[in-house]
Design a protein around this ligand. Structure first.
Ligand code: F6P
Length: 323
């Protein structure tokens, strides 16, 4: 195997650049030629390849986002698009692809592997919903950003005797919301895995008010049954049902931006190097992730389309801790 392509796909995640760097430098050390593919699968279809040497990936380990760019690529969801991707791989004489991304990206990687392309996935998404890795690249940084926001909101909330609903990302998965809620000391957490009504959230906030708290924080996952703004709208004229005056902050893409923390730089470096190690061993059609603290491979067939379950016992813990 001589020529490999590396791409980042789907939502960017802090640490993707560290993964690109690790793939490039370990692959060069293993004797491979490395090509970066810009804009994910869209760039693969449009043949946007750039040769990567060790210098090309200098100074990027500390940078957020992805220097290769990323894209959502509807064309790649079709059979025609995927066949065109295979043609692109062949015409550029790429012997394998390393695909850095989350659920949708790894489903695409699996589709390519079924069409005969040797691929290795690298687990990267802030949502932490990907099977085959206990934690994925970007989660820790995104979580810390959410926590910083919650900590800041608490000080202004306490000054005005207010409650805040803080909406965090995660797509259909409540991991970020639940962990931010526990680590941020939230009074209530709303996640898609345990749908709840606005009334139940209001009751928790009111109970915190009645326990004499100076403020209350509700963390709402963007995929929860009700968005934070809709919950707030429900009580707009009736803040007395919450006790506190209520405000909403949706963190949105702020959580995906900025420099990766140490954990994500190290995780991305280990997983990127693990992907090249898998290629050297001729192990393709796999996702490289972290299992029981070790870099491990899982067949893409066991990953594609599978959502990693959330440990819902932590919701009970969050409730107890909110006292
Ligand atoms: O998958 C990562 C993620 O940030 C999700 O948490 C969120 O739902 C989605 O991507 C947002 O996508 P986009 O950047 O395309 O708006």
């Amino acid at each position: 195997m001589k020529r490999i392509g590396v791409l980042t796909s789907g939502g960017d995640a802090p640490g993707m650049n560290a993964a690109i760097r690790a793939v490039t430098r370990t692959a060069i050390a293993a004797g491979f030629d490395v090509f970066g593919i810009r804009r994910g699968y869209a760039g693969l279809l449009a043949a946007e390849l750039v040769p990567l040497d060790a210098r090309a990936v200098g100074g990027i380990i500390e940078r957020g986002g992805t220097t290769l760019g990323s894209a959502r690529c509807p064309e790649f969801l079709t059979d025609e698009g995927r066949c065109a991707a295979v043609v692109s791989v062949e015409s550029h004489r790429l012997d394998a692809l390393v695909i850095i991304g989350g659920n949708g990206s790894q489903a695409g990687a699996y589709a390519l592997s079924k069409l005969g392309v040797p691929v290795v996935g690298v687990a990267s998404t802030i949502d932490n919903d990907l099977a085959g890795s206990e934690i994925t690249i970007g989660v820790d940084t995104a979580l810390n950003i959410a926590l910083e926001a919650i900590d800041r909101l608490k000080t202004t909330a306490a000054s005005h005797h207010r409650a805040f609903l803080v909406e965090v990302m995660g797509r259909h998965c409540g991991y970020l919301a639940l962990m931010a809620g526990i680590a941020g000391g939230a009074e209530v957490v709303a996640i898609p895995e345990q749908p709840c009504e606005p009334e139940a959230i209001a009751q928790e906030l009111k109970a915190a008010y009645e326990r004499g708290k100076s403020h209350a924080i509700g963390v709402v996952a963007e995929g929860a049954k009700y968005r934070a703004a809709d919950i707030a709208a429900h009580f707009r004229e009736h803040h007395e049902r919450i006790g506190f005056d209520l405000r909403v902050t949706a963190l949105g893409h702020v959580q995906r931006g900025g420099a990766p923390g140490a954990f994500d730089r190290l995780l991305a470096t280990r997983l990127g190097a693990g992907a090249v190690d898998a290629l050297v061993r001729g192990r393709t059609g796999v996702l490289v992730g972290l299992l029981r603290g070790e870099v491990a491979t899982t067949p893409l067939a066991d990953v594609a389309g599978v959502t990693k379950p959330l440990d819902l016992r932590l919701m009970d813990l969050a409730r107890v801790l909110a006292r």
